[in-house]
Design a protein around this ligand. Sequence first.
Ligand code: MG
Length: 388
Amino acid sequence: MAILGSTGSIGTQALDVVRQHPDAFCIEVLTAQNQADLLILQALEFRPDIVVIGNETLYEKVRDALAHTDTKVFAGAGSIADAATCESVDTVVTALLGYAGLQPTMKAIQAGKYIALANKETLVAGGALVCRAAREQQVAITPIDSEHSAIFQCLAGEYMNPVERIFLTGSGGPFRGKKREQLQDIKPEQALKHPTWHMGRKISVDSATLMNKGLEMIEARWLFGVNPQDIEVVIHPESIVHSMVSFQDGSVKAQLGLPDMRLPIQYALSFPQRLSLDVPRLDLAQIGCLHFEKPDTGTFRCLPLAYQALDKGGNMPCIMNAANEIAVQAFLEERIPFLAIADLIARTMEKASFLPAPNIEELNESDAESRRLCQESIGASSLMTRAR
Ligand code: MG
């Protein structure tokens, strides 16, 4: 197995799964962007064949720390993509951050690797290209995202039966129930306090804006081949029902469990088998009530923007994703207010050049153009005044 992004939240939990089942999995490749110290510790524990540090300035540090081992050390984005194609690897866990996941995932698919997908931005930006490549190479993509894992588990044994509707559940994030006036002076620390899941910084902000649900809606469209109007987002604050699927006889199947990412990670790696997992068990009587409500799309405008982007198609989801990545980073650096995230995405979607059927080079250009346009809008003070 190769884990691309092994030092992040998903990567470290994937290694926990491997620790629990040392006979089932073998780590051949580990890659990280900046966290050299943790990457070195992981390499010393798992003894992979190859380690890649994305940030080239950290190459010597990693190389020297592993000089006494058999692990080969490389650096740079190109080496991350190359490592995914390495011959001894049959499964690639894509836990990279953001658009940077697209290139290595495409390379791994072209090399015929089985993909355990945690990087949702890959399918958001390049869904049509990625799915076409996977079909051509007859490569399976199994989801690690908890909602998509739930849908995938609901579909086991149902491959002859068309899906009528997908109910994508989401906790609603830390600001569920709040109105726009109450969200004007939100600080990054508040947005990072997720009520039910412990996750990385970018996805935590995406959960607070509901963009995470928008990205997941697009991810579901590509993974399961459903129409966007048949994917319904349902807010479920307890995060116990991880998603649901309904069929043409009106039956609804759901997958339940306590919120713990190790379960979907392990299922993506062990499918179609289920392996034992040492996590707390669900006690429904103790939980007592499960609640469900419609999302507040007037307050959380990122969710309707995602539906708009998917409806428009072409490179529009790629434009939306690029603007979101820039806006979230700017918010985390306290350069823009929380509510400006949606404004910046909407503005970038209006300004960026639209392409109905982009290839991978055109997507890369569109991603770069959208990032530049979004940065320019951040520089324009009028938007920030309006947002405040
Ligand atoms: Mg999710």
